[in-house]
Design a binder for this molecule. Structure first.
Ligand code: HEM
Length: 322
């Protein structure tokens, strides 16, 4: 039954693309693409929400405009090599493949920013998460924001209040922040992003029992205390790393969150409102799904006036049109 619903919803998504392009073959193609690229789904989601400056996450300064997809050129410094992004963002070739087919079937119609937003939604759906309607019609930026990428994205070791203020600055609420953080129910973090946590307050937040001890010792073997092994990865939700569910919040209740910023949502002394929300979503997956969907729409609707006026539909997501 569950599968049936998901298929129906996926078909519905394809149809909405058909309306744009009027090619049913294209719809099938998109379905096929999203089926064969499951291995990189997480990257797509992360990319659409961790885009430092130009994109779908308004922990992002300039709006949902595909700027993160731009490559470096002589005249443009892209965001991919910013310290927060390097080694973290992947999946660009999938966007290229989708874009190429869209351009060959209906040129100049679907922006890269729209592709990325839809890809994030469908990646969530394909791993068991909720569906939501994605409003379309975004334009692509003609610039990128390397400096903003360096400074504006929340980081793993950033304090709770600082992260909250970044979300609020972008028009997102504390509730949006806690629900959107639930995306960490899938995907991986690199050692460089959880070292301070596992050699820091992990024991204090989780308490000691044999299972936790074993988990922590595994993490330490993946991520040694001194420099090195920076890119070794561990799942952020060790219970069901490939499933979009609410186990991420249950892990936080046990004090076993992998990265500091996640565990702070529950364990920080400032975590008054966020703690209640974590407990609510840990108990009620439907409440989490509903709020996540709503917050993702909000996130994806953040626009930037300059791109709205001067933006374009790029022919190639990696380069501004000439
Ligand atoms: C609240 C502030 C947030 C912080 C501090 C944060 C931090 C991080 C960090 C440090 C990683 C690991 C990256 C790596 O080691 O390569 C990560 C991964 C990820 N994040 Fe976030 N994140 C935040 C919000 C979000 C939001 C709002 C979403 C989506 C709505 C999201 C989705 C993801 C996904 C899917 C991954 C896994 C990527 C993969 O497997 O490659 N994050 N995040």
């Amino acid at each position: 039954m569950m599968m049936k619903n998901r298929k129906t919803k996926l078909a519905y998504f394809s149809l909405s693309f058909c309306k744009i392009c009027n090619f049913s073959s294209l719809c099938n193609l998109i379905l096929v693409y999203f089926s064969i690229v499951k291995s990189v789904e997480f990257d797509l989601i992360q990319q659409s929400v961790h885009q430092r400056s130009g994109s779908d996450q308004k922990v992002i300064p300039t709006g949902c405009d595909g700027s993160v997809l731009l490559d470096d050129t002589v005249t443009l410094q892209g965001e991919k090599k910013a310290s927060n992004n390097i080694n973290a963002l992947k999946g660009f070739r999938i966007i290229d493949r989708i874009k190429n087919r869209l351009e060959s079937e209906c040129p100049g119609t679907v922006s890269c920013a729209d592709i990325l937003t839809i890809a994030a939604r469908d990646a969530v759906l394909l791993v068991g998460g909720p569906y939501w309607d994605v409003p379309l019609g975004r334009k692509d930026s003609k610039t990128a924001g390397y400096e903003l990428s360096e400074t504006n994205l929340p980081t793993a070791d950033e304090g709770l209040l600082s992260i909250i203020s970044k979300f609020i600055y972008q028009g997102l609420s504390v509730t949006d922040m806690v629900a959107l953080s639930g995306a960490h129910t899938i995907g991986m973090a690199r050692c460089v992003n959880f070292r301070n946590r596992i050699y820091g307050d992990f024991v204090a937040t989780s308490g000691i029992n044999s299972l936790t001890k074993q988990y922590l010792s595994n993490l330490k073997s993946v991520c040694p205390p001194l420099k090195g092994s920076e890119n070794n990865e561990s799942a952020m939700d060790y219970v069901s790393p490939n499933l979009f569910d609410n186990s991420y919040y249950q892990i936080l209740l046990r004090g076993e969150g992998l990265i500091n910023s996640d565990q702070e949502l529950y364990s920080s002394i400032m975590a008054v409102q966020t703690k209640k929300l974590v407990a609510k979503y840990a108990e009620n997956a439907i409440a989490f799904f509903e709020q996540f969907s709503e917050s993702m729409v909000k996130l994806g609707n953040i626009t930037n006036e300059d791109t709205y006026v001067n933006g374009e539909v790029r022919k190639n997501c990696r380069f501004v049109n000439t």
